[in-house]
Design a protein around this ligand. Structure first.
Ligand code: GDP
Length: 290
């Protein structure tokens, strides 16, 4: 497996996250709605429980995710009474507009000028933290918060008189519980993938698509039948359908891999989720048994 994680990052991140969490009332954890468990870092859960902080769990990018799977994840996360799960996309200003009210409801004792509601955004790379932050700042009431309040460890920006947000989202690395998490994250572009592993990631994605959304694969690439096809056959079939050839005349597997990933990431294949609460539980059980 070519995807590696460095424990050094984790230790620094843990220390930082613990410090950051001390002075906030609500943790806004952003995950990718297409893979809400694989794009979590359990550290957020561990630290916020330790500090007794409620969590607004944002399942972002629902424009790309399967609505049924997203609904199942919202129900799953809300089994924890200290969590509000909110499925949204930063692309819709109306969705962004509801974030603060949802956070406020989790900390009803805060949100007055003497005790402003203090929030912090956290999450792994590429889930949309900065986009959300910028969208929230755009909604900021003019003149309030032009002077960021400096505290010992972090800066707060006031969105209005009663509401503040830590100016820099907390960045955590994903915790890869099983190899498919690394592949799902790479497919969803949460982590970079070089050309070599792009082929591995695309082949894995093709297998997942065959299992979960065969009709979308067929519709997008016009395969007559998927009978007997595996991931490699899908990528190769894509190269044939699109006429991607290398100089010698062989099918260009690398280019086809890249295109498949691009079609998934852009939503061109349709709204796709790579895990549901049920399939994740089953995959974890199988992995731990093996
Ligand atoms: P961060 O690393 O968590 O701060 O993520 P960014 O805010 O930089 O976003 C990563 C990528 O996801 C960017 O290309 C964003 O435009 C994109 N993005 C953010 N939110 C959404 C969303 O709701 N839907 C889609 N399709 N893309 C999004």
């Amino acid at each position: 497996m070519a995807i590696q994680w460095f424990p050094g990052h984790m230790n620094a991140a843990k220390k930082k996250a613990a410090e950051q969490m001390a002075d906030v009332d609500v943790v806004i954890e952003v995950v990718d709605a297409r893979l809400p468990a694989a794009s979590c870092n359990p550290l957020v859960e561990e630290l916020r429980k330790f500090r007794a902080k409620p969590c607004l769990k944002i399942l972002n990018k629902i424009d790309l995710a399967d609505p049924d799977a997203t609904a199942a994840w919202v129900r799953h996360f809300e089994q924890d009474s200290s969590v509000t799960a909110y499925a949204m996309t930063t692309k819709k200003p109306a969705d962004v507009a509801k974030v603060i009210d949802k956070a406020r409801a989790l900390a009803p004792h805060r949100g007055v000028a003497t005790k402003p509601l203090r929030m912090m955004i956290m999450g792994i790379p590429n889930v949309g933290k900065s986009t959300l932050m910028n969208a929230l700042l755009k909604r900021r009431v003019a003149k309030v918060g032009d002077e960021p309040a400096v505290t010992k460890t972090q800066q707060k920006i006031y969105l209005d008189l009663n509401t503040a947000i830590i100016d820099t989202p907390g960045l955590l690395w994903p915790k890869i519980e099983m190899p498919s998490d690394g592949l799902a994250l790479a497919a969803s572009h949460a982590i970079g993938a070089n050309a070599l592993i792009e082929e591995e990631v695309a082949t894995w994605l093709a297998e997942e698509l065959l299992r979960r959304y065969p009709q979308l694969v067929q519709a997008r690439y016009g395969f007559k039948s998927l009978d007997g096809m595996d991931g490699i056959a899908v990528v190769e079939g894509l190269a044939q359908k699109r006429g991607y050839r290398m100089r010698g005349g062989d099918w260009d597997f690398e280019k086809a891999s890249h295109m498949l990933l691009q079609d998934y990431r852009s939503g061109a294949l349709g709204r796709i989720s790579l895990e549901t609460p049920e399939t994740r539980a089953a995959a974890l059980a199988e992995y731990r048994e093996a």
